[in-house]
Design a protein around this ligand. Structure first.
Ligand code: ADP
Ligand code: ADP
Length: 229
């Protein structure tokens, strides 16, 4: 993956209320960087700035040294895969739901990413491969299965930069462990940003940043931050 650098990034949705203040960190290629902190700290806003849903108010975001405002939005977004907190499923087949965003994908490719996302047990429950609708009028999926559809989607997109925004927050422990495994595999070779409430869910991170009121309050390894608690 590429190097991603937030360089003294500041941001406000409304000019009178700063959300991020001089946030400065570097995500090294091939590593997992976690951002933890309380609700409202500004974690999701970081992801939105990277994807250019919004542009920074101050500072810069650099991907391999290049300001993301100087590349086309299309190529930026092609490089970034987001696994969101709540995955929206279409009332369509599993294959369609996974291939959404890459319509030309072959059945073999879809099957491959479903296996990596630990959806194989689920595929077996569908008659004729992936033909039954998995949306609201079709098969009911658990929260964990929906998350795994989002992971399969992301794997098919094959982005260099991966953003996991509270990707396992809604799950029970058993599902969370299964998905952590799938995400560890997914993070290999990419530059990964993990957003989480709790330090305990980001043990795999190479570096953890604690965000508080839009500022980096602390940073270090998971183990070093745990010792301070
Ligand atoms: P700061 O904590 O102000 O960001 P540095 O970027 O210099 O300061 O990093 C402090 C320590 O953390 C250094 O030992 C550095 O090697 C390490 N470090 C910095 N960025 C990363 C990263 N993305 N992944 C792992 N370790 C990192
Ligand atoms: P976190 O992900 O850490 O919970 P967010 O980045 O979602 O935090 O939000 C940070 C702050 O920005 C919160 O106070 C939130 O209310 C505010 N905020 C988030 N999105 C918007 C928006 N679209 N317009 C105005 N304020 C927003």
């Amino acid at each position: 993956g590429p190097e991603v650098r937030f360089e003294r990034v500041s941001f406000a949705y409304d000019s009178d209320r700063p959300i991020l203040s001089e946030v400065d960190f570097t995500m090294r290629p091939g590593t997992i960087t976690a951002v933890v902190g309380p609700s409202g700290a500004g974690k999701s806003t970081l992801a939105r700035l990277l994807y250019r849903f919004y542009d920074v108010s101050g500072g810069r975001i650099l991907v391999d040294g290049q300001d993301i405002r100087s590349v086309t939005q299309h190529s930026l977004r092609a490089a970034i895969g987001i696994v969101p907190q709540d995955t929206v499923l279409f009332n369509d087949t599993l294959g369609y739901n996974v291939a959404y965003g890459r319509p030309g994908a072959s059945a073999a490719e879809i099957e491959d990413v479903c296996r990596s996302a630990q959806l194989h047990g689920f595929i077996a429950r569908l008659p004729q491969g992936y033909e039954t609708p998995v949306g609201e009028r079709g098969l009911k999926l658990s929260g964990g299965e929906k998350q795994r559809v989002a992971i399969a989607r992301m794997l098919l997109k094959d982005p260099a930069i991966l953003v996991l925004d509270e990707a396992t927050s809604a799950l029970d422990t058993r599902n969370e462990q299964a998905i952590q495994g799938a995400l560890r595999t997914a993070a290999a070779g990419r530059t990964t940003l993990v957003i989480a409430h709790r330090l305990s869910t980001v043990v795999d991170a190479d570096r953890v940043l604690v965000l508080d009121h839009g500022r980096i309050a602390e940073s270090g390894t998971h183990a070093a931050l745990l010792e301070q608690d």
